[in-house]
Design a protein around this ligand. Structure first.
Ligand code: HEC
Ligand code: HEC
Length: 327
């Protein structure tokens, strides 16, 4: 061994000893560590978690409107939760279901009271899935909740994880423009979501009930009471996730194009949810872009649907201050 090599070896040994004795400080930043479902034992709990994931990735096959057992037809459309909660709810800014179990029960401005994780899931059942609520004690609800709880393994309750939701890009100072959006749709979306927004059905014999490319509007889509029917939600979702393959690190549409194409999608017909006028009993807590009234302010339904939102936001702030002063 040459003297130089020997020095290197001694150095490496010293470094190894150092690493073994000097402990690196524990990582304190929240980490996006999705637990591995395949590593779960195949006991009752492990099987329930797997079943929950199946319900989320192939919802249409288990509780969709066309399943053989009529008593299991809870969803009103053939979407899967994973069409919006991307990669079975594990993708950053793809509306993750990761790490949120400990946040429930929580106050919901939509219902004006405290809701459980089951209530929240049923809000997607009756709106995004345009169907009916699953009973809290049904095996399907238990399995999906077990999966969502499993996804939060090791995430302390109340921890704010970056990557939740669908992102938060800058707003436009004009109304989003569905006419301009149509041209973007024809360029960037039509090949998958189809000219009439109806998507492309699965063709495989075991998956035939669902979609290869999900619909964005029309009778088999989410209804107008769904979160995805709000411009801000869909615009951010599209900016950070669409066309399929884009992600938050590599958005493909400009901010402006994302707002306009989202405006085109929300301008199209979709199922109507009954009773949405009762949503958000405190109108000052109603999201600015809720596409249905009543509203606390004097702005038109059109402006609530397409923006610009800054003037509405300022007026709501003023009304909140006015109310606080009266109390
Ligand atoms: C059409 C898109 C879509 C589909 C399909 C969908 N969801 Fe959602 N879901 C959303 C959106 C958007 C939100 C956030 C709601 C908001 O911004 O008001 C959400 C929120 C949630 C939340 C709360 C998340 C949080 O951050 O607190 C849960 C839990 C949930 N969905 C479960 C499900 C389950 C389970 C299914 C399938 C049975 C499903 N969703 C289907 C769009 C969808
Ligand atoms: C290459 C195919 C492809 C292209 C192009 C594409 N999408 Fe998608 N889109 C998908 C797939 C597939 C999903 C379901 C998500 C999944 O399974 O990962 C989806 C999901 C969605 C959803 C949520 C689910 C639903 O049914 O509403 C929206 C909204 C959406 N896309 C909008 C758009 C818009 C707007 C464009 C154009 C800017 C676009 N997509 C371009 C394939 C595509």
């Amino acid at each position: 061994m040459t003297a130089r090599r020997a020095t290197v070896v001694v150095f490496l040994l010293a470094a190894a000893t150092l690493a073994a004795t000097v402990r690196l400080p524990a990582q304190t930043a929240p980490v996006w560590t999705v637990p591995e479902i395949g590593a779960l034992p195949r006991d009752a709990h492990g099987m329930q978690v797997r079943e929950g994931r199946d319900l989320i990735t192939a919802t249409y096959a288990h509780i969709g409107p066309n399943v053989a057992d009529a008593s299991k037809r809870y969803a009103g459309n053939n979407l899967a939760c994973t069409n919006c909660h991307l990669q079975a709810g594990t993708r950053k800014f793809g509306l993750p279901l990761f790490g949120l179990y400990g946040d429930f029960p929580q106050y919901s401005s939509r219902s004006g009271n405290e809701i459980t994780i089951e209530d929240r899931l049923n809000a997607c059942m009756t709106r995004s899935m345009n169907g009916r609520a699953l009973p809290d004690d049904s095996p399907e609800m238990r399995a999906m909740v077990a999966y969502i709880e499993f996804l939060s393994t090791g995430v302390p309750a109340g921890q704010k994880l970056p990557g939740m939701g669908a992102g938060n890009m800058p707003e436009l100072d004009r109304a989003a423009d569905p006419v301009r959006g149509r041209a973007i749709y024809l360029r960037a979306c039509v090949s998958c979501h189809n000219t009439d927004g109806s998507g492309i059905r699965n063709s495989g014999p075991h998956t035939a009930l669902g979609y290869m490319m999900p619909p964005l509007w029309g009778p088999d889509s989410f209804n107008d009471g769904a979160g995805m029917a709000r411009l801000t939600t869909i615009a951010n979702f599209v900016h950070f996730n669409m066309p399929h393959g884009a992600d938050y690190l590599n958005p493909q549409l400009s901010v402006e194009d994302a707002w306009d194409v989202a405006a085109y999608v929300v301008s199209q017909p979709r199922p109507r949810k009954a009773g949405t006028d009762k949503d958000f009993p405190d109108l000052l807590q109603k999201p600015l872009d809720t596409p249905f009234g009543p509203y606390a302010d004097g702005f038109s339904a059109q402006q609530h649907k397409y923006g610009p939102f800054a003037p509405i936001r300022a007026e709501i702030e003023r009304l909140k201050k006015e109310r606080a002063a009266k109390r």
